[in-house]
Design a protein around this ligand. Structure first.
Ligand code: ADP
Ligand code: MG
Ligand code: MG
Length: 249
């Protein structure tokens, strides 16, 4: 479903990803783990099409289509969703308005009608309830003054409403206490489906106790240097990333 081959990404003139290859079949959840600064967020940005993180070499196929040839909005319309490590704060734009705008942009790009106000309200209420979010919070400016956990729930709420087919979660566990982690993981697990692929980017193994990956990959020095089953995450937790670094250099 997702096929990344020999991906190279430079930020400015600094090479960050240097020949990364990775396949995620439909219905599977793959974890990408790696030390700080390894390029995990860069991978998420490159897949979502963030300006400044363009590929200089390599190919990414998504459902057989050349993902790298698409504009960020076209990728979103095709169901690519990146949940940010550091969610954006937007003063002046109520969270609910932001989500509705994103949903309608996706629909327009797909040639669909915009969502009606009552329908949107119903869906956003249901999603907020499932994530145990206070509905009034959604009337506040997006993420402004939200706690780390509230911002992450906000990301998952957007994700639930946009129903993406390729989910990329970047350090969704950072800033979450155990209760919030469970709720967020439940939200993500509810989106597991044979039609979807998920990439869970994380520095720590903890999140993977709640979101069980089919495969675990180690990203170091800009490439995938090891892949294995869920036991690889436990091994990394116990032994650290050091043993993968010389092999990568
Ligand atoms: P990770 O998410 O694995 O911690 P990142 O993808 O955030 O790693 O960063 C990888 C490397 O790229 C780091 O050395 C980081 O400093 C650098 N980098 C990322 N974004 C930028 C940027 N906008 N400007 C300069 N350097 C960047
Ligand atoms: Mg980091
Ligand atoms: Mg990161």
């Amino acid at each position: 479903m997702l096929k990344i081959e020999n991906l190279h990404v430079a930020v400015g003139d600094k090479p960050i990803l240097k020949g990364l290859s990775l396949d995620v079949p439909a219905g599977e959840v793959h974890a990408v783990m790696g030390p700080n600064g390894a390029g995990k967020s860069t991978l998420g940005y490159a897949l979502s099409g963030r300006p400044g993180y363009e590929a200089t070499e390599g190919a990414v196929a998504w459902r057989g289509e050349d993902l790298l040839a698409l504009e960020p909005a076209e990728r979103a319309a095709k169901g690519v969703f990146l949940s940010f490590q550091y969610p954006l704060e937007i003063p002046g734009v109520p969270a609910m308005t932001f989500v509705r705008t994103a949903l309608n942009a996706q629909r327009r790009a797909r040639g669909e009608d915009e969502v009606s106000a009552p329908d949107f309200l119903k869906r956003v209420r249901e999603a907020a309830k499932a994530l145990r979010m206070d509905f009034d919070m959604l009337k506040r400016p997006l993420n402004v003054g939200f706690s780390g956990g509230e911002k992450k729930r906000m990301e998952i709420l957007q994700m639930a409403l946009l129903e993406p087919s390729l989910l990329i979660l970047d350090e969704t566990d950072s800033g979450l206490d155990i209760d919030a982690l469970r709720i967020v993981a439940d939200g993500v697990n509810a989106l597991r489906s044979p039609e979807r692929a998920m990439l869970v980017i994380t520095h720590y193994q903890r999140l993977l106790d709640y979101i069980k990956p089919d495969r675990v990959h180690v990203l170091a020095a800009g490439r995938i240097v090891a892949s294995g089953g869920p036991e690889l995450a436990l091994e990394l937790e116990a032994e650290g990333y050091d043993k993968f670094l010389p092999a990568a250099a």
